[in-house]
Design a protein around this ligand. Structure first.
Ligand SMILES: [Zn+2]
Ligand SMILES: [Zn+2]
Length: 304
């Protein structure tokens, strides 16, 4: 599995002199497995990926997996050159709600009010595939999916191929975070919740946090939302993102080989992202773990 990062920023593209090292494009990750091409999310990073891919391939099938349709995960699609070429077939995967089909969700951002070219004008062959929780296969690659904790909905994908595993889990907030205690899902939190007659939450939250830990279990590479510092996280509860403390905790509990910090906060300069990378590594080392950890940057290539 060869992974390439084309967009690592969360929420909004952030070009400028303070973000040149890590990059300012929004979420887009390329994954090449045994001749199969996957693109994880279609943030603004997908524009340069499209140009580069065309240099390398000129035609073929591309599997585009959308985590969720917030702008920073779909906004680059109308600028993805292969979508304008009939030599390409684009298999688009994503969740669709009961009242809106995936095709409509993608088409809406290209409505004439917002964009000059409509989805139906694209020359590539487009196929839409609904994903919910479960598994599907492309050749001998098994892809598992679960929902994450994020406003609206959001899907994490796990790629399994020949004993190697990669988990892509962006835009994820730990369940059961208690702003008063300043921690996520602890025994104290559940005690506190029970005393306040939120009896139903205890198993619910415990269960849900176990789910993402199980989902990432033993992964060779975990790519995870690390948008905030712990202080920012406390101020932005329910915005649907994680602090580096949670990413480190998840990597430890899931016993992964390596973790990549992803979806950087738009307000964070290169220096701040570097500090977050250092802090996360400190947590892992102080807990006695030898998990390789780095912050994603545009152009980063990792062989799994
Ligand atoms: Zn996002
Ligand atoms: Zn989002």
């Amino acid at each position: 599995m060869l992974v390439r990062f084309w967009g690592v920023r969360g929420s909004i593209a952030t070009p400028g002199q303070n973000t040149v090292n890590y990059g300012g494009n929004t979420s887009c990750v390329e994954l090449e497995i045994d001749g199969n091409y996957f693109v994880l999310d279609a943030g603004t990073g997908i524009r340069l990926l499209g140009l580069d891919l065309h240099q390398r391939r000129e035609r073929g099938t591309i599997n585009l997996l959308i985590s969720h349709p917030h702008w920073d995960h779909i906004q680059g699609l109308p600028f993805f050159m292969p979508a304008f070429r009939e030599e390409y077939e684009l298999n688009i995967f994503g969740y669709e709600s009961t009242n809106q089909e995936l095709e409509k969700i993608i088409a809406n951002q290209m409505d004439p009010t917002y964009f000059p070219v409509q989805l139906g004008d694209l020359d590539a062959k487009l196929n839409f595939n609904k994903v919910a929780e479960g598994s599907f296969r492309i050749d001998d690659i098994r892809i598992d999916s679960i929902f994450l904790n994020h406003p609206g909905y959001n899907i994490a994908y796990r790629f399994n191929w020949k004993g190697k595993t990669l988990v892509y889990a962006t835009d994820n907030q730990p369940y059961g975070f208690c702003p008063h205690l300043g921690r996520w899902a602890t025994d104290e939190y559940f005690e506190n919740a029970k005393n306040h007659s939120f009896k139903h939450v205890e198993l619910y939250f415990e269960d849900l946090n176990e789910r993402i830990i199980d989902f990432a279990k033993g992964a060779d590479l975990l790519i995870h939302d690390t948008q905030y510092t712990p202080e920012e996280f406390r101020r932005k509860i329910d915005w649907g993102h994680s602090s580096y403390e949670f990413t480190a905790e998840l990597a430890i509990q899931a016993d992964v080989e390596s973790v990549i910090l992803f979806h950087h906060e738009p307000e964070h300069s290169d220096e701040m992202v570097r500090q977050i990378e250092t802090q996360t590594n400190n947590i892992l080392k102080n807990a006695g773990h030898n998990i390789a950890c780095q912050a994603a940057h545009e152009g980063l290539e990792v062989l799994v």
